[in-house]
Design a protein around this ligand. Structure first.
Ligand SMILES: Nc1ncnc2c1ncn2[C@@H]1O[C@H](COP(=O)(O)OP(=O)(O)O)[C@@H](O)[C@H]1O
Ligand SMILES: [Mg+2]
Length: 259
């Protein structure tokens, strides 16, 4: 059975996109077939998967306005195991169009049914907000991965995120479906400072077993990879952050198999 996971946290810069592209890449190395959905207007995941923003006709936002279907918009990448549903940066009038749709929270969920069987994992890179785009991602998902940056005020805003997850859980319950917190991922840990480890403890106390054992260290190769627009697992395969994401992929597969 395929597993649909949203990578969500309304805070910007916590490592959502980095996690989405590197988890996609690492799962593909383990032989898993992955669909990466870029739901962020900034289209960073699209660019990092080597897709030129001018090279495609339909984006995920055309699917949300029902002007395109997922099979039309999905692109193949250089990696035979990864497909991408790309995002576009300028999306005018999309909110007005979607607001009129009486089934607006379920658009992505409905469209995904036609293709999810083609993949082992569908990963959704969410925007830094809790608006209807993120709601669409969560409704379409079986689980959420919450990246938490190991920095001051890491837990800030998590209550709001958890409240939104609860709202979506009740929406899905009507259809006899569930949404779990699949895992909380600690990102960008500076292993030289105590404060980072304090955040690790704080998050583990709050989320317990939900926290992935793998912690992604802060590592310059990771930001350099973003600069060159590639996953760090390809840019610098032996770097600490790349190894972290490879371990995370194994942990994700184990959690999925045990569920
Ligand atoms: N482990 C890491 N080490 C160093 N820099 C990182 C790491 N993870 C992410 N970054 C950098 O942090 C910035 C924000 O990450 P990003 O994944 O874009 O966050 P979000 O999608 O949540 O806004 C990017 O410039 C990225 O390169
Ligand atoms: Mg992002």
């Amino acid at each position: 059975m395929s597993l649909v996971l949203s990578i969500a946290n309304q805070k910007g810069g916590v490592g959502k996109t980095t996690t989405a592209i590197n988890l996609a890449s690492s799962l593909s190395y383990l032989g898993k077939k992955v669909l990466l959905i870029d739901l962020d207007y900034q289209a960073n995941a699209t660019t990092c998967m080597g897709i030129n923003r001018g090279s495609f006709k339909a984006s995920v936002f055309d699917c949300l306005t029902e002007e395109a279907s997922l099979p039309e918009a999905i692109l193949h990448t250089d990696s035979p195991n990864i497909d991408v549903l790309p995002a576009r940066t300028v999306v005018e009038g999309i909110e007005e169009k979607i607001i009129l749709n009486t089934n607006r929270d379920f658009i992505l969920h409905t469209q995904l049914q036609a293709v999810r069987k083609n993949y082992d994992y569908v990963l959704i890179d969410c925007p830094p907000s809790l608006g209807f785009v993120t709601i669409n991602a969560m409704v379409a998902s079986d689980g959420i991965i919450i990246p938490v940056q190991c920095e001051f005020l890491a837990m800030d805003g998590l209550t709001q995120l958890l409240n939104t997850i609860r709202v979506v859980q009740s929406k899905k319950k009507v259809n006899m479906e569930t949404l779990t917190i699949f895992g909380v991922l600690l990102t960008m840990l500076d292993t030289r400072s105590n404060s980072g480890f304090q955040v690790v403890n704080e998050v583990k106390t709050y989320f317990g077993e939900k926290v992935f054992q793998t912690i992604i260290p802060r590592n310059v190769s990771c930001s350099n990879a973003t600069f060159y627009g590639v996953p760090v697992t390809e840019f610098s395969p032996k770097s600490k952050s790349s190894l972290g994401y490879r371990l995370l992929a194994k942990e994700v597969i184990t959690r999925h198999d045990e569920a």
